[in-house]
Design a protein around this ligand. Structure first.
Ligand code: TYD
Length: 191
């Protein structure tokens, strides 16, 4: 089973990845958790660029794709082939949203990714009011001013909101982490 958490910054994805991994392990499943950008060379370069100055839009897109190709080949595909549950904090839906903001067509980004990246069984989109998300991440991004940040997050939210696939589940991330987790579990067991 391949499960992905998506959502704008500040929605609590990493907490939910941890809670779900613990719950599935307690049920006896072998679980691997990971995130994108990864801690590999391309992912590290992307994280660094957030501090040292942004790369060009094309360079950034290429790095996210190179990072994901390695992630798919080295971790995701081998784990799924062994029957291990894989849970990710962000995947190519984030590229559609965030690189979409930088001028690329989200549909085209998706098409490129689907050539090499397996489709998840579940994509949980954690949805949160923009003001709450902004207050949760307050100060995390030293460069963008609040208006730029709000505009960018709104556009990302809109891309996530446009996904209509059957594997996409929307979760109210304004609840307590425990209740968000309950909703996630009930969607998984209700399949
Ligand atoms: P994030 O999950 O916020 O990492 P951290 O918890 O280390 O801050 O991801 C870092 C940023 O990368 C986030 O703002 C979204 C962005 N991102 C993209 O722009 N494109 C992508 O394809 C992915 C996976 C992430």
């Amino acid at each position: 089973m391949f499960i992905v958490f998506e959502g704008i910054d500040g929605t609590g994805k990493s907490t939910q990845v941890k809670l779900l991994a613990e719950a599935l392990r307690a049920q006896g499943h072998e679980v691997i958790t990971s995130k994108e950008p990864t801690d590999g060379p391309h992912g590290s370069k992307l994280r660094q660029s957030a501090e040292t100055g942004r790369l060009s839009a094309q360079e950034e897109l290429d790095l996210f794709h190179m990072d994901r190709k390695e992630h798919v080949e080295d971790l995701i595909k081998p784990a799924l082939a062994r029957g291990v549950v894989v849970i990710l904090d962000r995947y190519f839906f984030s590229t559609m949203a965030y690189q979409g903001i930088r001028g690329f067509d989200p549909t085209e980004i998706r098409r490129l990714n689907e050539k090499f990246a397996p489709i998840p069984d579940f994509v949980f989109i954690l949805e949160l009011d923009l003001d709450i998300a902004l207050s949760r991440i307050g100060g995390r991004d030293g460069q963008a001013n609040e208006f730029e940040q709000r505009d960018a997050l709104q556009k990302c939210h809109d891309v996530f909101a446009s996904l209509t696939d059957g594997f996409v589940h929307r979760i109210d991330a304004g609840q307590t982490p425990a209740n968000v987790h309950k909703d996630v579990l009930s969607d998984i067991s209700g399949r």
